[in-house]
Ligand binder design. Structure first.
Ligand code: GLU
Length: 440
């Protein structure tokens, strides 16, 4: 009885992420007259695949991992989106993430559709050789689903350029061609783009600066808390620190650290040297000269700090109806995908919190993935400055357009971003003809 109760509860919480994404889209439908056709097409993912992925472990045993790939919509171009390795991955989450990718690519107007993949695994518990076998096996099982004109994966939570290098290598072995453009986020030495590594953070930095101007926030005295210290969280914290923002808290999955003018590089060095690769060593003797300057808090407390800018850069659903009322930040910059639930959104709106939505704030990553794909197809590689210049142009134009729509229609930035994306998606979908067109 109890066990049944628990698994039922699990079903409820795993399904609602996709429902949450759909509810965001529903908000946009109130402000954009999408056709029946567009609504019907966007109701569900175009394709979903679940794979059982066998991997030989180092101890000789065979483990079968569950993996997914979802193409949400490919009307505007091949599916595009990362692959996540995480113990909590589930199909509903991958569907939500694929929907967000679809709207993200459309919001910044890059010619790609939306997809996403994931494997239920804690990669920290695998050896490097097991991780390589799993990465290659994922491609072996999903091979028919992906390709440079079909679906182009990239890194996401707990996958990185090394994983992408194995994956593209596996793909190329199967096709017996060098198709670098089938995966992005690769090492520069294997067809990656300069600047891809910092791209998510840099995109967020560009739009955050624009948002500061509109909200009257002055970098010189703005207090910032960053939840999550992965690629995006760390690089963004560093960019903001270098720009004079006051970083007052940072965190990883194990702990959060509070302080004043925290230098992200110092914390990163301690984390890298730490016995469990965690920030926890900030509070241990021997790692830092003066550890009284850091105070241990929880990840939940970090979210509720009295700051100007709060940056959730870890996982989804961290700002919910349970804590939204307690958020004190003037601005929330969603570097993670889906950190705010639809209920929390309403509370934040009422409190006048300016939310830079994920599909805009973290779109720098996929934008430079697009550049990588373009460079792979051309066989001609750009200088780092060129990448940054083009990223800035695309993301700032997206900010301006979305901000304008939000003012014009008196809607929040999330709904405005959806409206802008929806306008483009519906133009593409309706170009196949609508009921009115065929009736005449
Ligand atoms: N995983 C990243 C995202 O959620 C990047 C996707 C990509 O580069 O395709 O936007």
């Amino acid at each position: 009885m109890h066990v049944a109760g628990i698994s039922y509860f699990k079903v409820i919480i795993t399904t609602d992420l996709f429902q949450n994404a759909k509810a965001q889209l529903e908000e946009a439908y109130k402000h954009f007259p999408a056709s029946k056709e567009t609504k019907a097409v966007l109701e569900n993912p175009q394709k979903v695949i679940q794979a059982s992925i066998p991997v030989r472990m180092d101890d000789g045993s065979l483990k079968v991992f569950q993996g997914y790939r979802v193409h949400y919509n490919t009307t505007r171009g091949p599916a595009k989106g990362g692959i996540r390795f995480h113990p909590d991955v589930n199909l509903e989450e991958v569907k939500a993430l694929a929907l967000w990718m679809t709207f993200k690519c459309a919001a910044v107007d890059i010619p790609l559709g939306g997809g996403k993949g994931g494997v239920i695994v804690d990669p920290r518990k695998l050896t490097t050789r097991e991780l390589e076998r799993l990465s290659r096996a994922y491609i072996d099982e999903l091979f028919d689903f992906i390709g440079p004109d079909k679906d182009i994966p990239a890194p996401d939570v707990y996958t990185n350029e090394k994983v992408m290098a194995w994956m593209v290598d596996e793909y190329n072995k199967i096709v017996r061609h060098q198709h670098y453009g089938t995966i992005t986020g690769k090492p520069v030495s294997r067809g990656g783009s300069l600047g891809r590594n910092k791209a998510t953070a840099l995109g967020a930095y560009y739009v955050l600066k624009k948002a500061c101007e509109t909200q009257g926030i002055n970098p010189g005295n703005a207090r910032v808390a960053v939840q999550g210290f992965g690629n995006a969280g760390y690089h963004l914290a560093k960019m903001l620190y270098d720009d004079g923002f006051n970083i007052v808290a940072v965190s990883d999955s194990r702990t959060a650290v509070k302080g004043d003018h925290i230098n992200p590089d110092e914390v990163m060095e301690i984390k890298a040297a730490c016995h469990n690769k965690s920030m926890e060593c900030v509070f241990e003797d021997g790692y830092v000269k003066d550890n009284t300057k850091y105070q241990k808090i929880t990840n939940d407390e970090l979210l509720e700090l009295d700051v100007d800018i709060l940056i959730p850069a870890a996982l989804e659903k961290v700002i919910t109806e349970d804590n939204a009322e307690k958020i004190k930040a003037k601005m929330v910059v969603e570097v993670a995908n889906g950190p705010t639930t639809i209920e929390a959104d309403k509370v934040l709106e009422k409190k006048n919190v300016f939310v830079l939505p994920d599909i805009l704030a973290n779109s720098g990553g996929v934008t430079v993935s697009y550049f990588e794909w373009v460079q792979n197809r051309q066989g001609y590689y750009w200088e780092e400055e060129e990448v940054y210049k083009r990223l800035k142009k695309i993301i700032e134009a997206a900010f301006d357009k979305i901000y304008h729509v939000s003012k014009e229609k008196k809607i929040n930035m999330r709904t405005a971003a959806y409206v802008v994306a929806l306008e483009r998606l519906s133009a593409a979908i309706d170009s196949h003809g609508t009921e009115e067109y065929f009736k005449n």
